[in-house]
Ligand binder design. Structure first.
Ligand SMILES: C[S@@+](CC[C@H](N)C(=O)[O-])C[C@H]1O[C@@H](n2cnc3c(N)ncnc32)[C@H](O)[C@@H]1O
Length: 207
């Protein structure tokens, strides 16, 4: 942690992730959330306006203090109780089988050990619980991938550790989830190297 990551990156994320082009996909990913929810990589609370009325509470997991501060107005406007409950998705401070649903938006690119975080989400979901996500990652086309690999070191440096080449559906499956729905597409209005999105609903494989 340092001045740039503590004081600048959360503002950059608030602006870049807060662009209006992300809103339709946020609404879509949040639509089926219900009950007690854990959101990993809460950031500045850009999903808060999209939590549906079926959500009873949200446990927000976010390491950046400034992200949490930038969420203040969105939190004040929400009727749903949201508590900052953890700092690291890789080690969640909750008992097994705690949550009905989990949410991750544009976060699996950044968590250093994303496999550990997914396994933690799996552990804290109740049986039948689901993880709802939108993530950017490895593009389907070789030409775009080549640019992603070239640009990734810069992206990691300027954007708080954000990777461009993570294969999100493969990572999710490897952590013991079954994909119930998966949609992959390039986000309109984003550069392709950053806009190869995977939107999905996934549940832990039994056993
Ligand atoms: C690109 S931002 C996305 C923020 C938010 N989910 C959104 O959609 O606007 C990635 C977020 O992951 C958070 N993050 C980084 N490492 C993390 C970790 N180990 N556990 C949980 N969140 C983490 C960052 O602080 C940042 O807020």
């Amino acid at each position: 942690m340092g001045f740039y990551s503590d004081r600048i990156v959360p503002h950059l994320i608030d602006v870049a992730c807060g662009m209006s082009l992300t809103e339709p996909v946020r609404e879509r990913v949040c639509a089926e959330l219900h009950g007690h929810v854990v959101e990993i990589g809460f950031g500045s609370g850009l999903n808060v306006p999209f939590y549906p009325a079926t959500v009873e509470s949200v446990a927000a997991v976010e390491p950046a203090d400034l992200g949490w501060k930038l969420a203040r107005e969105r939190l004040a406007a929400s009727p749903i109780p949201v508590e900052r409950s953890g700092l690291d998705g890789q080690s969640l401070p909750f008992p097994d089988n705690t949550f009905d649903t989990a949410l991750s938006t544009w976060t699996m690119c950044t968590i250093p050990d994303v496999d550990a975080a997914l396994r933690e989400v799996r552990r804290v979901l109740k049986p039948g619980g689901t993880l709802h996500f939108v993530e950017h990652g490895l593009a389907p086309h070789e030409k775009v991938r080549r640019w992603q690999y070239r640009f990734e070191p810069i992206q990691k440096t300027v954007a708080g550790g954000c990777h461009l080449t993570r294969d999100i559906p493969t990572l999710v499956r490897a952590a013991g989830f079954e994909l119930r729905d998966l949609d992959t597409f390039y986000e309109k209005g984003s550069p392709k190297i950053m806009g190869a999105l995977a939107v999905g609903v996934t549940e832990p494989v039994a056993g």
